[in-house]
Design a protein around this ligand. Structure first.
Ligand SMILES: Nc1ncnc2c1ncn2[C@@H]1O[C@H](COP(=O)(O)OP(=O)(O)O)[C@@H](O)[C@H]1O
Ligand SMILES: [Mg+2]
Length: 227
C-alpha cells in the first residue's frame, strides 16, 4: 500500500469550549500506487484538511498516516521537509505562481532546496520536457500575469511534478478554469497517471473530472464513503 490512513481524527479549536469543531472522525483510507481517486463533499466537510494531513502540512489529533508503511506523523522536521518536497506534489484552485518570476523560474522553485548541484541539469531538462508536454515551453520567459489562467494552472502542475513525486494532491484544481481548460487539465492528470504511474488524489466539484478518476469517495460525517 502506498498510503494508509488509520483511524484519523482531527478537529479545530479548544476541546473544552464551544469553539471546538470535529472535522474528521475515525477516518481510514487506503491508496494503492497508481490509483486515481476523486474526493467529493460540501464546503467545510474536511477535504482540504484531509489533503493537508496526507501532505504533511498538518497533524492529526489521533491516528496514523502511513506512507510506504512509515508513519509520517513521527518524522523529524528534516524528514518531513524531505517528504513534502520529494514525495508530494500539490496543486491548488489558484496557481499561486510568483508574479515576479518567469514561468520557467516558477516551475523550478521546488528544486531550490534538497537538490544537489549535480542534479540541476537534470531538473532543468525535466522542466523543459514537462513544459513542452503541457504546451507552455514557448512561454517560459513570460511572467504569469501575461498568461491565461489555464496556462498558469498547467505551470502549477509542472511545478508540482518537477521533483517526480509519488502522489499528486490536487485541491479543486479546475475550480477557477473554464470548461475547455477543465478538459485540458483532466487530460493532463490522466496522462501523468497512465504514463508516469502518478497516484492522484483530487478534490473536485467537477463531475467531468470526477468521472475520469478510478474511484470516487464522498465525505459523510467526517468519514469517506465510496460512491
Ligand atoms: N486551521 C483551521 N483552524 C480552524 N478551523 C479550521 C482550520 N482549517 C479548517 N478549519 C475548519 O474545518 C472545517 C473543514 O475545513 P476544510 O477542510 O477546509 O473543508 P473543505 O476543504 O471540505 O471545504 C471547516 O469548518 C473549517 O472552517
Ligand atoms: Mg477546501
Amino acid at each position: 500500500m502506498l498510503l494508509t490512513l488509520n483511524g484519523i481524527s482531527k478537529g479545530f479549536g479548544t476541546k473544552s469550549d464551544s469553539t471546538y469543531r470535529s472535522v474528521l472522525e475515525d477516518l481510514s483510507l487506503e491508496v494503492r500506487e497508481g490509483e486515481r481517486i476523486a474526493i467529493l463533499g460540501p464546503s467545510g466537510s474536511g477535504k482540504t484538511t484531509l489533503l493537508n494531513l496526507i501532505g504533511g502540512l498538518d497533524y492529526p489529533d489521533k491516528g496514523e498516516v502511513e506512507f510506504r508503511g512509515q508513519d509520517i506523523t513521527r518524522l523529524s522536521n528534516v524528514e518531513m521537509d524531505r517528504y513534502r518536497n520529494q514525495e508530494i506534489g500539490f496543486v491548488f484552485q489558484f496557481h499561486h505562481l510568483l508574479p515576479q518570476c518567469t514561468l520557467l523560474e516558477n516551475v523550478l522553485v521546488p528544486t531550490l532546496i534538497n537538490t544537489e548541484k549535480s542534479e540541476r541539469a537534470e531538473k532543468q531538462e525535466r522542466a523543459r520536457s514537462l513544459m513542452k508536454r503541457v504546451g507552455i515551453w514557448e512561454y517560459r520567459s513570460k511572467l504569469p500575469g501575461k498568461l491565461s489562467g489555464g496556462e498558469c494552472q498547467r505551470a502549477a502542475v509542472v511545478r508540482a511534478m518537477i521533483n517526480s513525486p509519488s502522489i499528486l494532491l490536487a485541491d479543486e484544481p479546475t475550480g477557477a478554469l473554464d470548461k475547455e481548460n477543465v478538459e485540458v487539465m483532466a487530460d493532463l492528470l490522466m496522462e501523468l497517471n497512465k504514463e508516469d504511474g502518478l497516484t492522484l488524489l483530487v478534490v473536485t466539484h467537477s463531475i467531468d473530472l470526477a468521472r475520469r478518476m478510478g474511484k470516487t469517495l464522498e465525505f459523510k460525517n467526517g468519514k469517506l464513503e465510496q460512491i
